[in-house]
Design a protein around this ligand. Structure first.
Ligand code: B12
Ligand code: SF4
Ligand code: SF4
Length: 376
């Protein structure tokens, strides 16, 4: 209908600062059919928004055709958020400073990615509206995370990358440190004036590094993740109780988890981003655990203004930091944890008690004493 339009769209996306852009048709893709069973099995945990249904009782995210019948194409944009800093979890070298925690790479940034990506999508949307104003009443709707669709499936069919066994979109040149954003449109456009394989071929091959490295066995099959077991879910989304059997595996993660991406060979040579807003805020790469665990509301508001870390709330972040202290094996945290056991925030107090118990056990074992003998 509009010859050359996909090329123009990609140029607009580049001008807005995106690294990749592709277009997928709205279809009932095979991967979307996995979703209802995933929800029915409860693998989304307490993320109730994933269960949203339309008037007919069907899951909204399972079919864009039903929930947005006007939409004919999805423009998928991706931006690299990798910065030139070491892995947060340093999975290969466990000897680094145990008094420091791990925050996942995406949350180090100065600006919440939802805002940074949406601003760029709006720029692309505005350009398109301007270009096509005289040709009809076209609809556009931009989303980062919140749209009624599974972004990674559309990213796959837009040629952004393949869905790895760790469930992330991986691009052969850029790796998987990518944020996705989508523009739903009533325009019927395809990638057809662009050369290249669509969807991108799966290049995981026989590799299973992410599955093996996941400390909580959250990747239950190639391309399938049980969010209830995932450290990212446990540290960011899960309120209150974290199952005792998962706490140890959570290591010193205080917000999110990157392990299944840190070990991925396609990230070995991932380039650094040129987007300045993804550079880390001071203190967030491997933060001091006691700093986080003892943080007060004023400081939380100040340090994390406009940061994705606000999602965990102060109570969640302090709970995570207390747990991480328990997993640190570092005796110096005992006095802090003893104080935290009396914290007015009952969640923090409960996790501090667990952490203190674990730390004591760990120290006894290290000193060669039988933990059941009771003598230190
Ligand atoms: C809910 C959610 C989470 C949940 C659940 C994750 C999950 N894998 O489902 C939690 C909190 C755990 C999470 C964690 C993270 N997330 Co998140 N998350 C989302 C969100 C909002 C919805 C995802 C969703 O619909 N999941 C439902 C499941 C069923 O879908 P899926 O995992 O995409 O699975 C599809 C395929 O894997 C395939 N599939 C599934 N099983 C099988 C089996 C076979 C055999 C086959 C062939 C295919 C297949 O079909 C599925 C769809 O039905 C999206 C944004 C969006 N609106 O899409 C961001 C999003 C996926 N998250 C993102 C990021 C960055 C992360 C983290 C890296 C953050 C962090 N460092 O902690 C981690 C990564 C963990 C991981 N390995 O996935 C990015 C991913 C970018 C990328 N390169 O892929 C997204 C797209 C956000 C964005 N706008 O950029 N996330
Ligand atoms: S983010 Fe961490 S816990 Fe979740 S699947 Fe990946 S390695 Fe496992
Ligand atoms: S670690 Fe290996 S199996 Fe996992 S996503 Fe990367 S290439 Fe695929």
């Amino acid at each position: 209908m509009f010859p050359g339009l996909p090329t123009r769209i990609k140029q607009y996306a580049r001008d807005a600062g995106f690294d990749l852009c592709g277009i997928a048709p709205v279809r009932d893709f095979a991967e979307l059919r996995v979703f209802p069973a995933w929800i029915a099995d409860g693998k989304h945990g307490e993320m109730r928004y994933m269960e949203a249904r339309d008037k007919t009782g069907e899951l909204k995210r399972a079919s864009l055709e039903r929930v947005a019948p006007w939409a004919r194409s999805v423009i998928v944009c991706a931006i690299n958020y990798n910065t030139a800093h070491p892995y947060s979890s340093r999975v290969q070298t466990q000897t680094e400073d145990a008094s420091r925690g791990w925050i996942s790479r995406y949350a180090w940034s100065g600006e919440d990615y939802h805002d940074a990506v949406l601003r760029r999508l709006k720029q692309v949307e505005d350009e398109l509206r301007g270009l096509l104003a005289a040709t009809g009443n076209w609809q556009f709707r931009s989303y980062v995370d919140t749209g009624p669709l599974i972004e990674r499936v559309y990213a796959k069919y837009a040629g952004i990358g393949w869905i790895g066994k760790n469930t992330c979109i991986i691009n052969q040149q850029l790796g998987s440190w990518l944020f996705l954003g989508v523009i739903l449109t009533s325009l019927g456009i395809t990638n057809n004036d662009v050369t290249g394989d669509l969807p991108a071929p799966d290049r995981c091959g026989t590799c299973t590094r992410c599955i093996v490295a996941c400390p909580t066995q959250a990747i239950t099959a190639a391309g399938e993740l049980d969010a209830r077991l995932c450290i990212s879910y446990l540290t960011i989304e899960k309120r209150g109780e974290i199952p005792v059997e998962l706490r140890e595996g959570m290591g010193r993660h205080v917000f999110g988890c990157d392990i299944c991406q840190d070990v991925c060979p396609w990230n070995r040579k991932a380039p650094a981003t040129s987007a300045a807003e993804f550079e880390p805020r001071e203190g967030l790469v491997n933060p001091a655990l006691d700093w986080l665990a003892e943080m007060r509301p004023e400081e939380f508001r100040e340090v994390f203004r406009g940061s994705p870390i606000r999602r965990a709330k102060l109570s969640g972040l302090r709970r995570n930091a207390a747990m991480a202290m328990g997993n640190s094996g570092d005796k110096k945290f005992m006095p802090t944890l003893t104080t935290l056991c009396e914290d007015p925030d009952l969640v923090v107090a409960e996790y501090a008690r667990w952490a203190l118990g674990r730390l004591e056990l760990c120290c006894r074992q290290r000193e060669g004493l039988d933990p059941s003998s009771g003598g230190l």
